[in-house]
Design a protein around this ligand. Structure first.
Ligand SMILES: Cc1ncc(COP(=O)(O)O)c(C=O)c1O
Length: 416
C-alpha cells in the first residue's frame, strides 16, 4: 500500500480524543523530542511524567533488547525472573509485602479498589479485634476527593473527582463518596459504616498539582488506624522519584496500607503496580489477573529503571533541579504578576491567575518548549528526573519568551 505524502492525513483513522498539533514526533533523546520536520522541542511533559529518565535512555533500550531475545510473555500463569526480582525490589524499598503488576495507572487503581472491597467483605468473617474489625462488615465504600484523578476505566472514573465526569457515561459506579482535600470535616461527613478505605493522591496532579498537607495526611492515617480503614495512596504520578524521594509518601513520613505506581515505573513502557501490606493483601486464586500482568519484558525494563531511580544521587538531582525550577518559576511569576508555584521535586505548577494556560502552552510550543495546561489557569511541569541545571535554565528562558508573547507586554524591569 502506498504511503500518503503527509502521514498526518492518516489521523482521520484515529479516534479523536483530544486536539493534537499538526506534526508527529519521530525521535526522542533525553530531554528532547524531534518532529518529522526536524524541529527540536525541549520536553517538559515527558509523556505526562512517564519518561522518568528522559526519552530512549540506554538503560531502557538495553533492557528491552536483552529481554526481548530471552522471553517476552510466558503467560501470567507462570513465574518469570524479572517479575520476581522486581516484586522483591519494590517490596524491600517500600516496606510493602506483596505486589500485583498491571499495565496502566487506571488498572493499578482499579486493582487497589478491588483489594479494598475484598478486604471489607472478608473482614465480616474475622474477629472484632482484627484489623478491619466490626465496622468492616461488608463495607465497600472508598472515600475519594473532589478534583482527584485516578484513571479512565469505570471504577477509577467514579473514584475521580474531575468536574463534569459524572455526566459522561452514566450510570456511574457507586461507592465513592467525595470529600475535600485538606478538609478533615468533609472526610468525617462522608464516613459511614460502609466505609472501607480512603484513597488519594498525596499531590493531586491533574487538579493542578495540589498537595495534601502533612497535617491532613497525618489525620487521615490516624483516622484509618482508629477506625480500621485502609489508607490507599495513588502514587501513579508522585511515586518513582518524581518528588525527590523514591516514593512520594516518604516526603510526609506517612505510610499507606496500599500504594499504586505507574508512569515512571516503566520509564516509558506500560507497567504499573499495586503494593499492599500483608494484612490487606487478600486476593485469592481467581479473584484477579490480566494477560500482561507481570510480563517479563516490561518487568525487565522497570527493574533497570528502578535501579537508576533508587540511586541517592538521582533523587538528590531531582531535588536540586526542582529547587532551581521552582525559583525560576517564582521569578517569572513575580515578573508577570502571576500566582503561586506549587508542588515538590520535579512535579511543579505555576498558577497564572487567569485562563491563559492554553495560550501559553501554544506559545511555548512555538518557541520549542512542551508544557502542560493542567487546568485552564495553571501550567504543570514534569521534566525528566535526570535533568540538568542547563536544561532547567533553557526551559525557563523559553517559558519567559512564551509568557512575553501571551501577555504582549515587556515586564516593567525590561522596558525601562
Ligand atoms: C494520579 C494518577 N492516577 C492514575 C492515573 C491513570 O494512569 P493511566 O493513564 O496510566 O491509566 C493518572 C494519569 O495521569 C494519574 O495522574
Amino acid at each position: 500500500m502506498s504511503q500518503p505524502s503527509n502521514p498526518l492525513t492518516s489521523s482521520r483513522h484515529l479516534m479523536s480524543i483530544n486536539p493534537r498539533p499538526q506534526h508527529a514526533f519521530v525521535r526522542g533523546e533525553g530531554a528532547w523530542l524531534w518532529d518529522q520536520a526536524g524541529r527540536r522541542h525541549l520536553d517538559w511533559l515527558q509523556g505526562w511524567a512517564v519518561n522518568a529518565l528522559g526519552h530512549c535512555p540506554a538503560v531502557i533500550t538495553q533492557a528491552l533488547a536483552e529481554q526481548s531475545t530471552r522471553l517476552l510473555t510466558p503467560s501470567p500463569a507462570f513465574h518469570n525472573l524479572p517479575a520476581l526480582d522486581l516484586a522483591q525490589r519494590l517490596c524491600e524499598a517500600s516496606g510493602m509485602d506483596q505486589v500485583f503488576f498491571g499495565s496502566t495507572g487506571a488498572e493499578a487503581n482499579e486493582t487497589a479498589i478491588k483489594l479494598a472491597r475484598k478486604w471489607g467483605r472478608q473482614a465480616r468473617a474475622t474477629s472484632a479485634s482484627a484489623p478491619g474489625r466490626a465496622r468492616r462488615a461488608g463495607a465497600h465504600e472508598v472515600i475519594t476527593f473532589d478534583n482527584a484523578f485516578h484513571g479512565r476505566n469505570f471504577a477509577t472514573m467514579a473514584a475521580s473527582g474531575k468536574p463534569g465526569w459524572e455526566a459522561l457515561f452514566p450510570p456511574n459506579m457507586p461507592g465513592f463518596p467525595k470529600a475535600k482535600l485538606n478538609d478533615m470535616a468533609s472526610v468525617l461527613a462522608v464516613l459511614s459504616d460502609q466505609t472501607v478505605a480512603v484513597m488519594l493522591e498525596p499531590i493531586q496532579g491533574e487538579a493542578g498539582v495540589r498537595p495534601a498537607s502533612a497535617s491532613f495526611l497525618r489525620a487521615l492515617r490516624a483516622l484509618c488506624d482508629e477506625q480500621g480503614l485502609l489508607l490507599i495512596f495513588d502514587e501513579v504520578q508522585t511515586g518513582c522519584g518524581r518528588l525527590g524521594t523514591l516514593f512520594g509518601h516518604e516526603h510526609w513520613g506517612i505510610t499507606p496500607d496500599i500504594m499504586t505506581l505507574g508512569k515512571g515505573l516503566g520509564g516509558g513502557v506500560p507497567i504499573s503496580a499495586v503494593l499492599a501490606k500483608a494484612h490487606c493483601s487478600v486476593f485469592e486464586h481467581g479473584d484477579h489477573g490480566g494477560t500482561y500482568a507481570g510480563n517479563p519484558l516490561m518487568c525487565a525494563v522497570a527493574l533497570a529503571v528502578f535501579e537508576e531511580l533508587s540511586q541517592p544521587s538521582l533523587l538528590a538531582n531531582v531535588r536540586a533541579c526542582g529547587q532551581a525550577l521552582r525559583q525560576g518559576l517564582e521569578a517569572l511569576s513575580t515578573t508577570w504578576g502571576l500566582g503561586e508555584v506549587r508542588g515538590e521535586g520535579l512535579l511543579l505548577a505555576l498558577e497564572l491567575g487567569s485562563d491563559q494556560a492554553a495560550s501559553v502552552v501554544a506559545a511555548a510550543q512555538e518557541v520549542g518548549l512542551l508544557v502542560n495546561a493542567a487546568r485552564p489557569h495553571c501550567l504543570r511541569f514534569m521534566p525528566r528526573l535526570n535533568s540538568n541545571l542547563q536544561e532547567i535554565e533553557l526551559g525557563l528562558s523559553l517559558l519567559a519568551q512564551a509568557l512575553e508573547q501571551v501577555y504582549e507586554q515587556r515586564p516593567q524591569a525590561l522596558s525601562v
